[in-house]
Design a binder for this molecule. Sequence first.
Ligand SMILES: NC(=O)c1ccc[n+]([C@@H]2O[C@H](COP(=O)([O-])OP(=O)(O)OC[C@H]3O[C@@H](n4cnc5c(N)ncnc54)[C@H](O)[C@@H]3O)[C@@H](O)[C@H]2O)c1
Length: 335
Amino acid sequence: MKLLITGGAGFIGSNFIRHILKNYQEDSIINFDKLTYAGNLENLKEIESDKRYSFIKGDVTDVNAVKDACKGVDAVIHFAAESHVDRSIHSGHEFIHTNVFGTQVIIDVVHELKIPKMILISTDEVYGDIESPNKSKDGDAFKPSNPYSASKAGAESLAIAAHRTHEVPIMITRSTNNYGFYHFPEKLLPLFITNLLDNKKVPLYDGGTQIRDWLYVEDNCKAVDLVLRKGSIGEAYDIAPENDPEVTNGEITKMILAILNKGEDMIEPVEGLRPGHDQRYAVDSSKIRSLGWKPSVSLKQGLEQTIQWYQDNRVWWENVKTGDYQEYYKKHYGN
Ligand SMILES: NC(=O)c1ccc[n+]([C@@H]2O[C@H](COP(=O)([O-])OP(=O)(O)OC[C@H]3O[C@@H](n4cnc5c(N)ncnc54)[C@H](O)[C@@H]3O)[C@@H](O)[C@H]2O)c1
């Protein structure tokens, strides 16, 4: 298959590209990415000379550029997005432009060029807060709590409408929070791991009571790949390891501290930073499991592998933790 990946220079997109090139000799990939602050071609250094891979610097909101890039492809996997909740709270405009308008551009091009398949990469955050012990599942109403998740819910609504109205061949995946290699260190886990590797404290929001169902990025890539090859057009698949027991942000912080042999004095409590902070996300992953997917690692194994990767790849994250990132960090957390 010839695949067009949008946002392939980001965290999950770059892991997905590596996954495809490693596992499918006959597939080729066009990576279409604007290279925002979150896009980093260093993530793909080891495969950049692979003849099956090519890169186009482009914006998903630019119809002509998307149309040119999509000619002759068998599927579009649309990862590109503004993805950081905290940034969306500072300003939602870019989130609406890229995540909503940009998704409509991709849908229109898939429709016009009669591309056989499109996958929209969405998030469990569209469901909003869910009370324990309930789990959200496909078909439940969207109740997004912040501009990021609202923009993703908007993108999904457009995709669902395009399938219903024009039979555009779309599938959707909604995964829980990912973690793993090449994760931009503004997000909770890589921020904490890299701070601790530098012997700096970690800022933990609101007592760390929030519950997230952490998914190892390679397991998400395998799930998206399965949807690409075996999913049914028009379906949405919720992807979650369903970690049991559930872990709070405070508990996962302590797991990281334990792996790195650090004490709890490295936690810096930060109160009341995030308005609209959802307390708990939990989704029912039975639909993707019925296609044969299951997570390959436990949370502890995934964290150990991830921490080892950050220890071995200091140059990568030291280069990332500069410039725009430093500005943002100061604005959000102070000095
Ligand atoms: N990271 C998670 O835990 C998580 C969980 C569930 C869903 N998702 C979804 O998965 C997708 C990928 O997330 P991620 O964490 O890899 O994000 P990321 O921020 O690491 O990467 C986003 C990529 O999109 C590119 N991009 C942004 N705007 C663009 C535009 N206008 N045109 C072209 N490219 C553009 C960026 O340059 C970057 O390479 C997103 O759609 C996100 O909503 C992420």
